[in-house]
Design a protein around this ligand. Structure first.
Ligand code: ADP
Ligand code: MG
Length: 173
């Protein structure tokens, strides 16, 4: 299999962590759409949102998705990538899409333990756990629609990588 593997899921579900380990396990390249945006624009997510609004950020995010999509890659996507129907369709058509699913409380615990990972404007201005519950409720159906496989991401990164490999019937390179 050379088609890209797209990882979708909420902030904190482990797209970057698991994606990096998965790419290593498969001898593939790892790309992160958030990171791509950062380096290609020299702006943080907060800067882009401040200057161009969330709509501007979403437009750049869709462009980033297309730019990073290539054979033999593992692509970690921004938490909101699935909001646009066009993005969901693009990922499904160009590769295999994995939803890394974890309960809100686990996501909140991870983001609270490593606040620097969560540095982007909050979507609602509410406490992090409340916000995660709301964001998950709004997006769960979209993550599922986008995904070919739903993987329990509440386990250790190694266990999640193994589960993804099993779902895709791939073995370590
Ligand atoms: P995402 O890219 O989906 O926002 P990250 O990979 O950046 O998520 O992970 C967010 C935080 O949670 C990081 O501090 C990371 O070390 C931690 N983390 C990620 N996956 C796991 C996991 N499976 N088990 C425990 N901690 C994890
Ligand atoms: Mg990430």
């Amino acid at each position: 299999m050379t088609q890209p593997i797209f990882l979708v899921g909420a902030r904190g579900c482990g797209k970057t962590t698991v994606g990096t380990a998965l790419a290593q396990a498969l001898g593939r390249n790892f790309v992160d759409t958030d990171n791509y945006l950062l380096t290609s624009t020299q702006m943080s997510v907060a800067d882009i949102v401040a200057q161009e609004g969330w709509d501007g950020f979403r437009a750049r995010e869709s462009q980033a998705l297309k730019s990073v999509t290539a054979p033999d890659t593992v692509v970690a996507t921004g938490g909101g990538m699935v909001l646009a129907e066009a993005n969901r369709q693009f990922m499904r058509e160009h590769g295999v899409v994995i939803y890394l699913r974890a309960p809100a409380q686990i996501l909140a615990d991870r983001l609270e333990a490593f606040p620097e990972e969560g540095q982007r404007p909050t979507l609602t201005g509410k406490p992090i756990t409340d916000e995660i519950v709301e964001v998950l409720a709004a997006r769960e159906a979209l993550y599922r629609q986008a995904a070919h496989h739903v993987i329990d991401a509440s386990r250790s990164p190694e266990a999640v990588v193994d589960a993804v490999l099993a779902a895709l019937q791939l073995s370590r390179a």
